[in-house]
Design a protein around this ligand. Sequence first.
Ligand code: ZN
Ligand code: ZN
Ligand code: ZN
Length: 145
Amino acid sequence: MSADLHQIAALRVVGDRQRYTSMRRQLVEMLSSAEHPITIPDILRLDPELAQSSVYRNLAVLEQAGVITRVVTHDEWARFELAEDIGGHHHHLICEECGTVLDVVVPDTVEATLDESLSSLAAMNGFELRHHRLDLVGVCTDCRA
Ligand SMILES: [Zn+2]
Ligand SMILES: [Zn+2]
Ligand SMILES: [Zn+2]
């Protein structure tokens, strides 16, 4: 998976007339190993040698190239993860109290049922459904304690 991941990422970055530098590679590696979308402070905790400004700049390049996406919640921190066509289709559980975001993979049978219902909902409004994004908003284990 890992070699393929960096191959795909490198192709996109180069396609966007940028270089797939070791720092960009490292960021992709971090997002790939994280079990949920992570913030810039999370990245700086993982590698305190990194400078915030360069993390910010390099994430922007990766986002522009379509390698990663930004998950926006109501709190002040954007979270980053691999683009869905690389990392796989999933949904987000968002904690309303602390802003934590967890990835959840919905079972195929449930996805099929969802797509069926959402397609007809879209069709009623003259839309052809291509894909969906659904966030589940609630309170996480830590905040419930
Ligand atoms: Zn929470
Ligand atoms: Zn996610
Ligand atoms: Zn889905």
